[in-house]
Design a protein around this ligand. Structure first.
Ligand code: ATP
Ligand code: MG
Length: 381
């Protein structure tokens, strides 16, 4: 070999050595700086490398010559069973040669405190394709778990409390309403009697509002718990709309709103729980009345389509801005100031009722004016 060739070979060797050193330095920096724990083992399970984060997360470290020697690391399945040596993701990756996606597990650290880890693992293959080891990466998610657990408990406690309070309020409220109605009947027709009667009407209206809220909270509870059901019976679609409108028309008239009914079917029969569907109309038309300024109009339309009847409630009010559309059916959500009557449960419950009928409820997007809500009910078999 000529001198020039030897020199060229030496230069190439030096270049490769530098490259290898640079890669190692980079790897060492990643290992040292990573906020996540990293543990590496060889093909037998001998622990060959652990970074600082791993020692911090585990509150210490231990050495092991093989998988059986990992017993000083204590891990637990979600049901509380302790890990055997072969249960660790790193052992599974070594034996199967397949990486383990990120999974959650519990550990007892070296200082005997509990922790939750989220980790994954990958086998390391040599140039011939044989498994030469495995690498495990994990994060300590104990603070996140604690916060989410506390949040879940707080939400559950609030829901339980609401359910108990609403349930226990129902009877005394009914008694109060019944007694005020009876009292009003016993009053004389003179000025004093009329004055007390007006006062009693105010009490009655407040009781009705409370009764609606209590009913909404109870419905909300059962929809959330997944126990909400309806009993479907054949009902005339036209009569349903007539009935709903009949009770809402006085409110619309008192606000100088035109309430129009368009029936595009002779008389389709739908399968539904009458009172529940009236409740849906009451909220949709009630919302239209609430949000449409005096002088505007509301229209209720009925159209028979394949297998179902579509009911539509449209109004000439301010409509719903596009950015609010995704939130509309969320519980307790209100787009405007909270001063208008209601708590933002109406659409959530209406959707729950329609879904329980195997129908759909939606709002029409991109309207140039006013709001339009549609829902479907199945045609009775
Ligand atoms: N027809 C409509 N026009 C404009 N905004 C509407 C209309 N219907 C609903 N919204 C918006 O959607 C929000 C949620 O309606 P939803 O019926 O769930 O609650 P609510 O009417 O405020 O109170 P609740 O129904 O519990 O008495 C309303 O507060 C309002 O911001
Ligand atoms: Mg409402």
């Amino acid at each position: 070999m000529k001198d020039a060739e030897i020199e060229a070979l030496q230069r190439e060797l030096e270049r490769l050595r530098l490259l290898a050193t640079r890669d190692r330095t980079l790897l060492e920096a990643i290992f040292a700086q990573s906020p996540h724990g990293i543990i590496v083992c060889d093909a037998n399970g001998k622990l060959t490398l652990q970074n600082k984060a791993a020692e911090r997360i585990w509150a210490g470290s231990a050495s092991a010559e093989n998988i059986e020697g990992w017993t000083r690391y204590r891990g637990f399945h979600p049901d509380g069973r302790p890990y055997g040596p072969g249960d660790w993701a790193m052992a599974r990756a070594l034996t199967t040669g397949v990486g383990v996606e990120f999974e959650e597990y519990q550990i007892l650290r070296f200082d005997d405190t509990k922790a939750y880890l989220l980790g994954g693992c990958a086998p390391i293959f040599g140039p011939t394709g044989a498994i030469e080891g495995a690498l495990s990466v994990f994060a300590d998610i104990t603070p996140l778990k604690t916060v989410s657990h506390d949040l879940r408990r707080a939400v559950q406690t609030r829901e339980d409390l609401l359910a108990v309070v609403s349930h226990d309020l129902r009877n005394p409220l009914s008694v109060a309403m019944m007694r005020t109605a009876m009292l009003a009947k016993t009053l004389s027709n003179d000025d004093e009697g009329k004055r007390i009667c007006r006062e009693l009407e105010i009490v009655q209206r407040s009781c009705e509002q409370m009764q609606k809220l209590v009913g909404d909270l109870l419905d909300f509870g059962s929809i959330e718990a997944g126990t909400f059901t309806v009993t479907g019976r054949p009902e005339s679609a036209v009569k349903l709309v007539d009935h709903a409108i009949e009770s809402l028309r006085p409110l619309a008239t008192s606000k100088s709103l035109q309430l129009e009914v368009k029936t595009g079917i002779a008389d389709a029969v739908v399968s539904c729980d009458r009172e529940r569907v009236l409740q849906v109309f009451s909220n949709l038309v009630g919302n239209a009345i609430k949000f449409t300024p005096a002088g505007g109009g509301i229209s209720v339309e009925t159209v028979a389509e394949a297998g179902h009847v579509r009911f539509s409630v449209t109004d000439t009010g301010p409509g719903i801005p596009d950015e609010q559309l995704p939130h509309l059916f969320e519980r307790y959500w209100q787009g405007r100031s909270k001063s208008t009557h209601g708590v933002g449960l109406g659409l959530f419950i209406a959707k729950g009722i329609v879904l329980a009928h195997h129908g759909k409820l939606w709002v029409e997007p991109n309207r140039s004016s006013g709001a339009a809500f549609h829902f479907t009910l199945p045609i009775a078999a």
